[in-house]
Design a protein around this ligand. Structure first.
Ligand code: MLT
Length: 234
């Protein structure tokens, strides 16, 4: 079991036979989890949306942000509750975010790619424990640097999998678990103090932080199928 603390670290890994869990706790992977849980049929993660009309004509909603702020003319920004509510429209979403969708793109050649967040941690853990595949958690970080909240999720997931997984832990995995155990009793305060936590608080997105830190409230396992993320088993 291993952890990449930013997408840049992924190049050091061969992904073909691995299961990758991509995490961008604040907020892309929490938004994707929420959207798929809410009934969005598929989310297409891309680094950039070049032809907006092309996708709109095909029935997609446009979602995403730059620097945390919704892109002009898009239907959705990156607030997870908006993705949950968008499920009612039953439209696919094409999504671009600063770091999260990029982490998915660089990991897409993995044996299988799952999207993880605190919201569906237990569902991801239970799915992984069925076959215990070689596992890599890819944290989206922020513009090439690690993010505390993503590494806390990596640690929480690996801590949950624990000895049941029966696989060696890399130094990165040990680091993530140790960090999670140190902070787990005061997760909310730790994440609020993190750099993206501070950035979101500055944008009055406190609600998003608290929402994203709820643990295992959704049973959904979002999985990449072709170019789109769908609910496992759909
Ligand atoms: C990202 O992809 O960098 C994030 O999800 C940024 C955000 O909070 O919107």
């Amino acid at each position: 079991m291993d952890v990449c603390f930013s997408p840049e670290m992924v190049t050091a890994h061969s992904l073909k036979h691995k299961t990758v869990v991509v995490a961008d706790i604040l907020r892309a992977s929490s938004s994707i989890t929420s959207g798929i849980q809410g009934g969005v049929p598929a989310i297409r993660p891309v680094e950039h949306i070049h032809r907006r009309h092309y996708w709109q004509d095909r029935g997609y909603l446009l979602g995403g942000e730059r620097g945390g702020v919704m892109v002009d003319g898009f239907d959705l920004g990156n607030a997870p509750l908006d993705y949950l509510k968008a499920g009612a429209k039953k439209q696919k979403i094409i999504m671009t975010t600063t770091n999260g969708t990029r982490a998915i793109q660089v990991s897409k050649h993995a044996g299988q790619l799952l999207v993880g967040s605190f919201l569906n941690l237990e569902a991801i853990a239970e799915y992984l424990l069925k076959d215990r595949p070689p596992l890599l958690v890819v944290c989206s970080g922020w513009k090439g640097t690690p993010s505390l909240e993503d590494s806390l999720f990596a640690g929480a997931l690996l801590d949950r999998l624990g000895t049941e997984y029966d696989a060696p832990l890399s130094d990165g995995a040990r680091l993530a678990i140790t960090n999670y155990r140190y902070h787990k009793e005061h997760l909310s305060q730790t994440v609020r103090n993190s750099s993206h936590g501070q950035r979101l608080l500055g944008m009055q997105r406190e609600e998003d932080i608290e929402y994203c830190l709820q643990q295992s409230i959704y049973p959904v396992v979002p999985i990449l199928k072709g170019e789109e993320i769908v609910a496992l088993g759909s």
